[in-house]
Design a protein around this ligand. Sequence first.
Ligand SMILES: C=C1C[C@]23C[C@H]1CC[C@H]2[C@@]12CCC[C@@](C)(C(=O)O1)[C@H]2[C@@H]3C(=O)O
Ligand SMILES: O=C(O)CCC(=O)C(=O)O
Ligand SMILES: [Fe+2]
Length: 367
Amino acid sequence: MMPSPPTPPAAAAPYVELRSAERVPDTHAWPAGPDDHHPSVEAVGRDAVPVVDVGDPGAARAVARAAEEWGAFLLVGHGVPARVTAGVEEQVARLFALPAPEKARAGRRPGEASGYGYPPALHLPKRMWSEGYTFPAAAVRAEFRRVWPDGGDEYLRFCDVMEEHHWEMRALGGRLLDVFFGALGLTADQIAAGETERKIRETLMATMHLNLYPRCPEPERAMGLAAHTDSGFFTFITQSPVPGLQLLRRGPDRWVTVPAPPGALVVVLGDLFQLLTNGRFRSALHRAVVNREQDRISVPYFLGPPADLAVAPLASAVPPGRKAAFRAVTWPEYMGVREKALRTDASALAMLQVEDEGEDGGVPPKS
Ligand SMILES: C=C1C[C@]23C[C@H]1CC[C@H]2[C@@]12CCC[C@@](C)(C(=O)O1)[C@H]2[C@@H]3C(=O)O
Ligand SMILES: O=C(O)CCC(=O)C(=O)O
Ligand SMILES: [Fe+2]
């Protein structure tokens, strides 16, 4: 069900105990440093990350602007109880605080889509300063028997909290999807009557990936999560108040640190959403940096199509008289294309472009 690309060689190496490290070992030292030649700037002025209130009558317009310009925004007014979000962070911290052998019981084996381990789709020369756990959101109870084989209170508490988070996020995902459709110019009637739109809303699949970024003795030499775009439709990121997530703004290229105001969710658009909207909405290049003082937790919730649903540009996103800018792909197929693109330093979306029609649906050159 979930795309599972071949495991990179680095994933085979066991986790080092990052938290007790006094230096960044060579295996984790990034030669260029986390700055990647681009400066990190504060989110102020024209670099202020857009904020969207889903309940606002002007939400569709604000979403359109943010999706075109940033491929990301902060979402407020979403109604997800703070209690649920706080519970998630507490449970994730508890999971990662378990002794290494207990986490290792759930280690993700090569080719597997879920379990404790390295992010599956990044292929890097160096290791990152983080621990991760990936699983299908709907399968939390089966998945975490691997960590807690005998069940018990800790297990039940963890599952209850994660499941409630899943229901909240899944419902919000459907709601935000309709806002996105509105942002593309569809009327409420068209959204309700559209076959493709309905299919996408009803079959949305959710994957969770838990991230722990332990505090780091030499943050400028380490990388929490290397720069990437998410591959699905869009991602809700619940993040702790400790900053670390950065978005790349182009021209001149700079990393903008995303603030973490209490109660705000970060929404990041993925590559398949760029394809679905014929290139009108952009996926956002993002990464996570680490810091010296505090551990940071983030809980992205990835929404995308089921594995067998081919995604093609929506008719409503293709200008009249023009051809769709991308060919249709399924998510697993896209992961394969991206895998190849990463190896050749090409852009995966560009490889799916039907023909160069000038600016429309254009993919910015890889930097
Ligand atoms: C549903 C997804 C989305 C995945 C793959 C699979 C589960 C884990 C996600 C991440 C999380 C970390 C970055 C990324 C690039 C990675 O390596 O694993 C993501 C990837 C994607 O967005 O492509
Ligand atoms: O840690 C974060 O805020 C971002 C995590 C992320 O981008 C991912 O897991 O895909
Ligand atoms: Fe991401």
